[in-house]
Design a binder for this molecule. Structure first.
Ligand code: DLZ
Length: 203
């Protein structure tokens, strides 16, 4: 019987104008790598340009909230700085007598970057023999939720909290025995595009 789980029939959104950040943990790399591939595949399918995707890694999932926060802050600073440079270039460009000065010249807006429209946090936590898993799962989930509500930026929850390694392989689309499973990274990429677009206008 077909499963009823999942985000429903995919609707296509045009991600060509979006800038997306990805922060992933490196623990449980085999599963992480497959999830990252799935995420990038969905972003590309929605038209997000490779140049507009920034990927950062951290050692483990516990580091995700801090890294997401720093990445988002850095993109805001970058956009306000390049915004000033861009505005200065506009002023110089519009003053025809200044265009001969070495300071002016052609406007180069190639470095103009906007803050991220969405950030995807990816981690794989596997339960061990201690309470470590419960503490990190809880802290990271709450940390990411707090960031998206306080920072007003969609943070896509790409954290797998697994009881067994095998569960992760299926959720990364690399399971075995005739059933490779479904790569959840693809859903996260699509969710980032949908939320990134909707964030620009809900009504
Ligand atoms: C230490 C640890 C353990 C035991 N397990 C995992 C895991 O399954 N998944 C994961 O992403 N990270 C794990 N870590 C590392 C912690 O998240 C963190 O990187 C360290 O405690 C350093 O802060």
């Amino acid at each position: 019987m077909a499963t009823i789980k999942g985000p429903g029939a995919p609707k296509s959104y045009d991600g060509s104008g979006l800038r997306i950040g990805i922060v992933h943990a490196r623990w449980n790399t085999k599963i992480i790598d497959a999830l990252l591939d799935g995420t990038k595949k969905a972003l590309a399918a929605a038209g997000v340009k490779e140049d507009n995707i920034v990927i950062q890694s951290v050692p483990g999932s516990y580091e995700l909230p801090y890294a997401v926060k720093q990445l988002y802050s850095a993109s805001q600073v970058q956009s306000s700085t390049t915004g000033v440079v861009g505005a200065a270039a506009d002023l110089l460009g519009s003053a025809s007598d200044l265009t001969q000065l070495s300071l002016s010249g052609p406007k180069d807006t190639s470095n103009l970057k906007t803050p991220f429209d969405a950030i995807i946090a990816i981690g794989v936590l596997i339960k061990g023999e201690t309470m470590h898993f419960e503490y990190i799962s809880d802290a990271v989930s709450h940390g990411l939720m707090r960031l998206q509500l306080d920072g007003n930026i969609p943070i896509i929850f790409g954290l797998l909290t697994l009881l067994k390694e095998e569960q992760g392989l299926y959720r990364a689309g690399i399971g075995g025995e005739g059933n490779e499973g479904h790569n959840h990274g693809e859903d996260w990429g699509s969710a980032a595009v949908e939320l990134g677009i909707k964030r620009k206008g809900w009504v």
